[in-house]
Design a protein around this ligand. Structure first.
Ligand SMILES: C=CC1=C(C)c2cc3[nH]c(cc4nc(cc5[nH]c(cc1n2)c(C)c5CCC(=O)O)C(CCC(=O)O)=C4C)c(C)c3C=C
Ligand SMILES: [Fe+2]
Ligand SMILES: [Fe+2]
Length: 351
């Protein structure tokens, strides 16, 4: 019997340093997130980052926390509830870090008799720090607890026509009545090293002006290419002219060189370039979260105005919108009706 596991990133249990610390420990001790040898990672994370960051992050979480809990988890649950109503197979929800855990999600499906699972990472673009880590943990749990289960993986959907249409429609709807000077596409950043590591050709990704627009098999896993592609396809559909939009990367940690240009740096420069009314969309996330609600809608908004900007619009993520839930349900239904389950055919997902 077939079933689906939707997987998002996850949040702490509460916006307090006591709960943020174990969440950050699980997150940052992940070898796909801080990809250095264990001892160095433990020294960096436990010896340095966890000494101060839980307090700072808890204060940020406190600013965006809802009565029902973390926005990311609450929104994921709402989306899950809607999708469940639209499909004929069991659908469970899990988080890579925190709760509901991947183990509990797989157990729930197993208890319903599911032995063929569609693993659905809720990330439009592929990154080892988001997608690979889900797939690896799921595989470990499968081997240990559910050896009879078979997995099918939903690939990154950064360029799937119905996802692009949902995103473009949502942007258009939110921009109505906002006479914007500029639309910024701000994606979660990753260290440049991660791009090189996921380059399956081991030679294509130079992280320069042309590699991401030069066709290559590397693009199947290149986060940077996939971000550019999402932006390109959305602006094409919306007819936004060159110069009226740009793309940046946010949420970097100190240390490594992360993908550039950086959102905070660029946003602060915009008012002096004549951009007074700015709209920001965050397509690396399908659910609003700390990075969109605090870093963009609060911090970037504040900094933009402090640097001379006048109006700022943070466009919400797709969240549990009916159109997005329908798209997800259609992909699930196309998979569950297909006879072969070995590999999801990305074209079929958009049939
Ligand atoms: C698009 C998906 C994500 C990628 C890729 C990603 C990479 C990445 N993240 C960190 C460090 C942190 N990220 C944090 C929060 C956070 N990250 C994502 C998504 C991706 N991260 C989301 C959805 C969230 C919000 C979670 C929520 O509960 O709302 C945090 C925690 C908050 C903080 O202290 O800033 C950290 C830390 C790294 C190092 C990384 C790639 C190497
Ligand atoms: Fe992150
Ligand atoms: Fe590239």
């Amino acid at each position: 019997m077939k079933g689906v596991l939707l997987v998002n990133l996850g949040s702490p249990e509460s916006p307090t340093p006591k709960d943020v610390k174990p969440y950050l420990d699980e997150f940052l001790m992940d070898k796909y997130v801080i990809d250095v040898p264990f001892l160095l990672r433990a020294l960096l994370v436990r010896g340095i980052i966890l000494q101060t960051r839980p307090k700072k992050s808890a204060a940020a979480y406190a600013k965006i926390w809802w009565d029902e809990g973390s926005p990311l988890v609450v929104i994921s649950k709402r989306m899950h509830a809607k999708v469940k109503q639209l499909v004929d197979v069991p659908v469970s929800l899990a988080m890579r870090y925190g709760n509901p855990s991947l183990l509990s999600g797989l157990q729930e499906l197993h208890d319903k008799g599911v032995n063929e699972v569609l693993l659905f990472p809720l990330y439009p673009q592929h990154a080892m720090a988001s997608t690979t880590t889900i797939l690896e943990l799921a595989e470990d749990l499968r081997k240990k607890h559910f050896p009879e289960m078979k997995f099918t993986i939903v690939p990154a959907f950064y360029n799937k026509p119905d996802y692009i249409k949902n995103l473009a429609d949502s942007i258009k709807c939110h921009l109505e009545g906002f006479d914007y000077d500029h639309l910024l596409f701000s994606y979660h950043g990753i260290p440049e090293r991660h791009i090189r590591k996921t380059d399956i050709t081991k030679s294509h990704c130079k992280i320069d002006g042309s590699c991401c627009s030069t066709p290559s098999p590397a693009h199947e896993f290149c986060y940077r290419h996939q971000c550019y592609e999402t932006t390109k396809q959305v602006v094409k559909l919306l007819g936004i002219p060159e110069g009226k939009y740009s793309q940046t990367f946010q949420s970097r940690l100190a240390g490594d060189k992360w993908l550039t240009p950086y959102t905070d740096v660029e946003v602060n420069k915009m008012p002096e370039k004549g951009i007074k009314k700015l709209a920001v969309v965050t397509p690396a996330f399908v659910s609003d979260c700390l990075e969109t609600l605090e870093e963009i809608a609060m911090e970037a908004n504040h900094e933009f105005k402090a640097h001379g900007g006048e109006e700022f619009l943070a466009i919400p993520c797709l969240n549990d919108s009916d159109d997005w839930c329908k798209t997800v349900s259609n992909w699930i239904t196309n998979w569950s009706n297909a006879s072969s389950t070995v590999k999801v055919d990305s074209e079929k997902m958009n049939a």
